[in-house]
Ligand binder design. Structure first.
Ligand code: EPZ
Length: 416
């Protein structure tokens, strides 16, 4: 199990290039199952969750090759419709394959995805929508057997704008006859990226990003070449590193329209943020100011995936901040570890109260999940002294070569 050793206290200067979006590449790779040919996906991050997704593609009978950040998926022969339990348990977002496998083969089998560090992670909205669209679902002892005899197009009203449920319905509906409308659809940029992939494959989809998505099913979908959008959460993570440690860094290959809520919060904290032609430049010379309150919301609200990183930066802000986490029931897991570094944080239900302290000190830490792990890296870079962070495997799920990016801007970090 590798860990990070970080020497904090250095300001950060330089340039960082942001890679492809984890939360876009996963549904896009699932979407390649819909075309009986070879699709080429560029700007895929080299991260654990992509490796697991490729393993699932291979289990389904696809031929997958990887060259750098390009993944070629030949789905000419999809010979199976079962997502192995081991893979489903390692990555609960594997559930995103169900819509594509059902559409291509008429059946999908998988074990019920377990919860994860963030909470129960139910899939009731996925299953309720599938049933309404004509999918027969047999749940027995934690095992799901889905069968599509006759697709029933119509309007699906999502009780919550679930990203995964929206994507699963899009992947199922685009190859099924009739008009399917998703109301209260998720509006994240990754939804728009999936729509872009499917339209390139010949699907008739519109409305991604607006909350109502209309899909006119087509008979067949063809192989595609597609470049994944850049990772807005990785960009946010790098911005909060500078907010916490100070310095001046330019991020390249960032779509700043995807991080408006983060830029707004950081400007509110006193960071000097300038948009450039291919990204964003952040300059922080003083301690940042506290925020009155930030509440996580579905896009375009403040993203839950950038909440722990914000918290880490606010630990040494001027004043007291409040964060309200409304998306996941267990997304304050960084708090215990941040307190080991001297942070002053009080939790109460969905609320966290962060009283800024002058300095954090290094400590031996353990990453509890992907984004909380990133938050600990941010805090360690800002802290005085040395920190060790175990559980880097969590961080590897969503960040390609984080230590390399940090080293390139002057951070003192090594992986052992
Ligand atoms: C996606 O997860 C992302 N993962 C998450 O990123 C992200 O935090 C989340 O969207 C919200 O933006 C991927 O895209 C691979 P949801 P997803 O369905 O689709 C509840 C990261 O760190 N819910 O929008 O699982 C659910 O429990 C990861 O990169 C139901 O109740 O998120 C949660 O409370 C973490 N029933 C809320 O909705 C359902 O059927 C949001 O879930 C589905 C979801």
């Amino acid at each position: 199990m590798s860990k990070y050793i970080i020497e904090g206290g250095n300001r950060l200067y330089g340039t960082a290039l942001i890679g492809g979006a984890k939360n876009s590449v996963l549904p896009i790779l699932a979407g390649t199952v819909l075309a009986a040919g070879e699709s080429i996906i560029h700007n895929c991050p080299r991260i654990r969750d992509v490796e697991l997704t490729i393993e699932i593609l291979k289990c389904l009978g696809c031929n997958v090759t990887v060259q750098g950040n390009t993944v070629c998926v030949n789905a000419a022969d999809v010979t199976d419709n079962y997502i192995p339990m081991g893979l489903m348990n390692k990555m609960r977002s594997s559930v995103i394959f169900m819509g594509a496998i059902l559409s291509r083969t008429g059946e999908a089998r998988c074990s019920y995805p377990g919860g994860c560090e963030l909470g129960a992670r139910p899939i009731n909205l996925h299953l309720k929508s599938f049933k309404q669209l004509g999918v027969e679902i047999n749940e027995q002892a934690g095992f799901l057997e889905c069968r599509l005899e006759k697709y029933k197009p119509g309007t699906v009203q999502l009780d919550f704008p679930s990203v995964g449920a929206t994507e699963n319905i899009m992947l199922l509906a685009c190859g099924q006859e009739g008009t399917t409308t998703i109301v209260n659809a998720a509006r994240e940029p990754e939804i728009f990226d999936l729509q872009d992939l499917l339209v390139k494959m010949g699907a008739k989809i519109r409305g991604a990003g607006e909350g109502i998505i209309e899909i006119e099913g087509v008979k067949s979908l063809k192989q595609v070449e597609k470049t994944v959008i850049s990772d807005r959460i990785c960009a946010a993570t790098m911005l909060f590193m500078v907010a916490a440690a100070g310095g001046c860094v330019e991020l390249k290959n960032v779509n700043t329209s995807h991080i408006e809520s983060i830029i707004s919060v950081l400007r509110g904290c006193g960071a000097d943020i300038r948009l450039t032609d291919c990204g964003v430049n952040i300059k922080v010379t003083e301690r940042i100011d506290a925020v009155d309150m930030v509440q996580t919301m579905p896009y375009p609200g403040y993203p839950t995936d950038a909440q722990p990183q914000l918290m880490a930066a606010l630990c040494t802000a001027n004043g007291t901040s409040v964060i309200k986490e409304t998306i996941f029931e267990n997304r304050f897991k960084a708090v215990g570890e941040l307190k080991k570094m001297g942070a002053d944080i009080t939790l109460g239900g969905e609320m966290a109260i962060i009283r800024g302290v002058k300095k954090l000190h290094g400590a031996n830490l353990s990453a509890p999940d992907l984004r909380a792990g990133a938050a600990l890296v941010i805090a360690a870079l800002a802290a005085e002294g040395k920190s060790e962070i175990s559980g880097v495997c969590y961080i590897d799920r969503g960040y390609e070569n984080l230590e390399g990016m940090i080293t390139d801007i002057g951070g003192k970090i090594i992986r052992v």
